[in-house]
Design a protein around this ligand. Structure first.
Ligand code: AMP
Length: 219
């Protein structure tokens, strides 16, 4: 899943992974969990994340190399938030080629920056299951607690503060947007509109990729 902050990579990626019965690998979520556990990697990453900056390529590539070797990733996976730079994309192609795997399709979710800033300002997450809510598209049933963890109050993600959001968009434009060219020339990019309702975007995504008619991948 490729796209600017707040465009719905996690939300749509979660649905796609569930539809295919495969794992969603979200690098942002892995880093936030590591930070919450207080591991050296997590504490180092937290400083970068909270300021809206990308974590170093070497750290991220090592992390994804290990995560994609876990048993639940053997039969395929949906990547959310990785790669985010051209060196990460090159390393990903090389590591998968060594294993006889490859990135089949890159879903590029597009939306205007104005719309995304508005969404991020309203976004809240469940600190337990990390599910994202938004009053407009994906509201929590009671407005302030997780549907699946009713005792848990939703909270603002640290990096959704106004200053961090500005920095995240700057990082996206400078380092991640070049991936559009990288995946276009290798014939894997599928641009999909990220505007509209969550269900509407998912339908477009299935239609335009043909995912709805495919059986889950087995190799
Ligand atoms: P996300 O949840 O995908 O928005 O990621 C939150 C933050 O984690 C980003 O703003 C980065 O600081 C860090 N991060 C996640 N994935 C990557 C990546 N592939 N490369 C560098 N930093 C990342």
């Amino acid at each position: 899943m490729l796209g600017a902050p707040g465009v719905g990579k996690g939300t749509q990626g979660r649905r796609l992974a569930a539809m295919h019965g495969c794992s969603l690998i979200s690098t942002g979520e892995i880093l936030r969990e590591a930070a919450a556990r207080g591991t050296p990697l997590g504490l180092e990453a937290r400083r970068q994340m909270d300021s809206g900056r990308l974590v170093d390529d070497d750290v991220m590539i090592g992390l994804v190399r290990e995560r994609t070797l876990e048993p639940d990733a053997r039969d395929g996976f949906v990547l959310d938030g990785f790669p985010r730079t051209v060196p990460q994309a090159v390393a990903l192609d090389a590591m998968l080629a060594e294993r006889g795997q490859r990135i089949e399709v890159v879903l590029y979710l597009e939306a205007s920056e104005d719309e995304l800033v508005r969404r991020l300002q309203g976004r809240r997450e469940c600190p337990v299951c990390k599910r994202a809510y938004n009053p407009e598209g994906t509201p929590a049933r009671d407005g302030s607690h997780c549907d699946d963890h009713p005792a848990v109050e939703l909270r603002l993600r640290q990096d959704d503060s106004e200053e961090a959001v500005r920095q995240r968009f700057a990082e996206f434009r400078a380092k991640t947007a070049p991936l559009v060219d990288y995946y276009t020339v290798t014939g894997r990019l599928r641009p999909v509109t990220g505007m509209g309702t969550v269900d509407g975007v998912f339908e477009t995504l299935r239609r335009e990729t043909g995912f709805g008619s495919r059986t889950p991948q087995t190799n």
